[in-house]
Design a protein around this ligand. Sequence first.
Ligand code: GLV
Length: 330
Amino acid sequence: MQVVNSKQTKVFITRHLPTQLTELEQVAIVEVWEENQPPPAQILLEKAETVNGILCFLTDPIDQTVIESAKNLQVISQMAVGYDNIDVAAATAQRIPVGHTPGILTDTTADFTWALLMAAARQLIPSDRFTREGLWKTWEPDLFLGATITGATLGIIGFGRIGKAIARRAQGFDMRVLYTSNHRCDVHLENALGIEFSTLERLLEEADFVTIHTPLSQDTYHLFSARQFKIMKPTAILINTARGQIVDPDALYHALSEGQIASAALDVTEPEPIPMNSPLLTLNNLIISPHIGSASRQTREKMANMAIANLIAGLKGETLPYCVNPEVYL
Ligand code: GLV
């Protein structure tokens, strides 16, 4: 184990963290970027050049230039499960371990996905607006008719931790569940969850609700484009709490405005934040929340603590508890 000299060890945290920094301050001089907006690229580059550790978020592009100029950098610790903002290959080439925060946000993100699914199915947001605008004059037999959730067919794209947590929730709603993934899970789990492995094509044809839980990669970039929307049912509802770039925003606009699908709920957009002149914002059959899937008080605190634990381990030269590129230790 490497001895850390807190007088020399420096870390940069790119945003205010929802936890205490006491433990970290015992091993390093800590600088926190306290602005509401993430540090500009030039600041990120300058800080990276001088520090031993960076604790960052999905809003920080930790690209090859940043990594290669970071001569003293021993660890990159991301407070998120996804890490597509980090050039992991460049970090690995420099033998810099990259940490992330898997597991602890699974249920919170699945809960929020479920909230979006239910809100979209039952027109929760437009009906709230309607009430506040004073339009509720009487009970009506066909006011805000939505989609039935119980017993419907749910399609899950990507079957990692969050995809599985969604399948567990679907059991409580007696849903038929199709899933698609690079790896088919074992038959015991399929039977226990009552789920069926499917091609993407069949899932899109048959699902009443389609929910995305796959990481962003070259393979999943714009996985949802014009062709996929054409295959979906006109009554289908799409939910995305994974990464915005998985859904082509122009194709989604056309699908929603031309009735190729019924509605959508997004916690993530391309780009983020969504530009205020995006045509998507003119649609009533779309819910958009500002990337808050894991945002419960308890979960965000646990994520921050896990990111700090990864950071401290990296500064001490120990193996990160949650490392995305363990090959740096080979
Ligand atoms: C949030 O999007 C995360 O990756 O944790």
